[in-house]
Design a protein around this ligand. Structure first.
Ligand code: F0G
Length: 469
C-alpha cells in the first residue's frame, strides 16, 4: 500500500530504557507491567501484557521543571505571534513530548478555551460558585483538538500518510481537520446513524474517508484495532498516549486561569475515559512538580444508559471492567466498553473523586439550563451539571466549594437534539413522555407568525408578561 512514507510499517517496540540519556526523553510505559518502550506498536498496547501505555518524562528527573519560571514563561508566550506559542496546547510544551523542530507541529491554535462563571447553573445546583471550562470553543468545536494537535504531529513526524480513528463523532471531526492541515489522509469508522450531523459533516468537509459501520462505537473500535495491525495507518483514538498528553493542557490552562489556586472539584463527562485520565494525569504531574499545592477532586459522570465506569466502581471498586450495551441520546458518550477505564479508576482514587450517572431527562434539562446561562453545549457535556446536582444533594460537594464543569463539545455539534428538545419531541412516543413534562418550562419552540408588526408585538408582550410572573 502506498500509504506510508517511511520504510518500516510495523513499529514494534524495542525494550529500551533511555534513562542513560534522559535529556530529551519521553517514554511510553505500560500502566500494568511497567515495561518501558521507546516507540509504541500500531495498536498502542504493551507488547508484553497488552495493557495501555502512558507517557513518562525521565528528563524531568535530570532537570526538574522550575514551576515559577514556567508559569511566567507560559504567560509571556500569550503575547507571541508564533504558532507554537499561540496554541493553547504547545504554550505548555515543557510538560509535553518534545519536537526537535517546532515548525513540524500541526496546529489550529487549539486550546485557549474560556472559563466562564455560570450564575444560573450555580443557583440551580445550590452552589455559590460554579464555572464552566468550555472545551467546545476549540477550532473544531470539541476538546479533541487539544490532543489531536500532538498525536497528529507525531503521526506526520513518523512518516504516516494515513491516520484513522473509530469515533462517536468529535474525534473524527478533529482528526480529519488535523490530517488535512498536515497533508495526511484520514479514515473514519463511525456507528451508522448514531453520529450527529454536525460532526459527520465536519469529517466529510475535511476530506476524511468516512465509513459508517453497522455496529456501535465499541464495534467500530474492534474493527479498527484489526485494521491498524494489518495496514500502515496511525491510530488516533485516545489509546494513543500522545492524544492524552495534549488533552492534559486543558487542566494546566485551567489552573493558570485560577491563578494556580485549584478549585475543589472538576466534573467531567465519561465516555471512552481518555479525557478524565488526561486531566487527572496533568493534575498529578502539576502537584508532583510543585505547580499546585492541592488536587481538585475529579468526578466522572456517565449517562445511565452508558454507565460502565459507574457500575465498575460500584460493583467491584474499580477492579474489573463491567461492559454494558450502551444507549443514550448523548451520542458522544454512547460507549459500553471504555478503553481507558483503568486510567480513569486510578484518577478517581488519586484525586478522591467519585462517579455518578444521570438519566436522559436529567441530561436534557441540564443542557437547557447551561444554554440559559448563555453558554450552551452538546448533550454529552451536560451530564456534568446533571451529575453535579446529584453530588450536591448527596453532600459530596458543598455550597461553598468551587466547582468547574468541563464542557467538552459545542452546542452547534448536535442542533437536532436541541431542536427536538425545544419542540417537545425528544421523548415523544417513548416511555419517558409523561416524566418529560418537567422539561416544559425550559422549552422555547419557534413561534410561527404572519409577517405582521402587530403579531410580533403581541408575542413580545405575552412573553414579557410570562417572564414578569
Ligand atoms: N464529551 C464529548 C463531547 C465527546 O465527544 C466525548 C467523547 C466525551 C465527552 C467523552 O470523552 O471518551 O475521553 O471519556 N467522544 C469520543 C469521540 C469517543 O469519538 O468523539 P472520553
Amino acid at each position: 500500500m502506498p500509504g506510508q512514507c517511511s520504510s518500516d510499517p510495523i513499529r514494534m517496540t524495542d525494550h529500551i530504557s533511555r534513562e542513560s540519556n534522559p535529556a530529551h526523553a519521553s517514554q511510553l510505559r505500560c500502566i500494568n507491567c511497567g515495561v518501558v518502550f521507546e516507540k509504541a506498536a500500531q495498536n498502542f498496547r504493551c507488547a508484553s501484557c497488552g495493557d495501555l501505555l502512558e507517557m513518562v518524562y525521565p528528563r524531568w528527573n535530570a532537570t526538574r521543571p522550575d514551576a515559577a519560571a514556567l508559569k511566567a514563561l507560559w504567560r509571556e508566550r500569550r503575547t507571541s505571534g508564533l504558532p507554537v506559542d499561540e496554541s493553547g496546547v504547545w504554550r505548555f510544551r515543557e510538560l509535553l513530548p518534545s519536537f526537535d523542530d517546532w515548525q513540524e507541529i500541526i496546529t489550529l491554535r487549539e486550546g485557549n478555551a474560556p472559563l466562564y462563571e455560570m450564575p444560573g447553573c450555580a443557583r440551580i445546583a445550590g452552589l455559590r460558585q460554579l464555572y464552566a471550562k468550555h472545551q467546545g470553543m476549540n477550532p473544531t468545536g470539541s476538546f479533541k483538538d487539544t490532543g489531536m494537535t500532538v498525536a497528529a504531529s507525531v503521526a506526520r513526524r513518523e512518516g504516516f500518510r494515513w491516520v484513522a480513528c473509530a469515533s462517536t463523532g468529535n474525534t473524527s471531526a478533529s482528526m480529519a481537520a488535523y490530517a488535512a492541515r498536515g497533508g495526511m489522509r484520514s479514515l473514519v469508522l463511525i456507528p451508522e446513524g448514531k453520529v450527529s450531523w454536525g460532526k459527520l459533516s465536519q469529517a466529510l468537509d475535511y476530506g476524511a474517508v468516512t465509513c459508517q459501520l453497522k455496529t456501535d462505537f465499541d464495534g467500530c473500535m474492534r474493527v479498527l484495532n484489526e485494521v491498524v495491525q494489518r495496514m500502515p495507518v496511525y491510530l488516533l483514538n485516545s489509546v494513543n498516549p500522545y492524544r492524552l498528553e495534549g488533552q492534559k493542557t486543558a487542566a494546566i490552562e485551567l489552573m493558570e486561569q485560577f491563578d494556580w489556586q485549584p478549585p475543589d472539584y472538576i466534573i467531567v463527562p465519561g465516555g471512552n475515559l481518555g479525557n478524565s485520565s488526561a486531566l487527572g494525569k496533568a493534575l498529578l504531574e502539576m502537584k508532583e512538580l510543585g505547580f499546585i499545592s492541592s488536587l481538585p477532586k475529579i468526578s466522572i459522570i456517565q449517562a445511565a444508559g452508558a454507565n460502565p465506569l459507574v457500575r465498575t466502581m460500584r460493583e467491584n471498586a474499580g477492579k474489573k471492567l463491567i461492559s454494558v450495551q450502551a444507549e443514550t441520546a448523548a451520542s458522544a458518550i454512547r460507549i459500553g466498553s471504555p478503553a481507558s477505564w483503568k486510567k480513569a479508576v486510578a484518577v478517581l482514587q488519586a484525586t478522591g473523586g467519585t462517579v455518578e450517572q444521570v438519566s436522559e431527562i436529567e441530561i436534557a434539562l441540564a443542557k437547557a439550563e447551561i444554554g440559559a446561562d448563555g453558554i450552551g453545549c452538546e448533550p454529552a457535556s451536560a451530564v456534568t451539571l446533571a451529575g453535579l446536582k446529584k453530588l450536591v444533594k448527596q453532600g459530596f460537594a458543598k455550597a461553598g466549594d468551587s466547582v468547574v464543569l468541563i464542557l467538552t463539545g459545542n452546542l452547534l455539534k448536535d442542533p437536532e437534539f436541541t431542536l427536538k428538545f425545544h419542540r417537545g419531541d425528544l421523548f415523544a412516543g417513548t416511555e419517558r413522555e409523561k416524566e418529560a413534562d418537567i422539561l416544559k418550562p425550559q422549552q422555547r419552540a419557534p413561534i410561527l407568525l404572519d409577517a405582521s408588526v402587530d403579531a410580533v408585538i403581541r408575542t413580545l408582550k405575552e412573553a414579557d408578561d410570562r417572564l414578569e410572573t
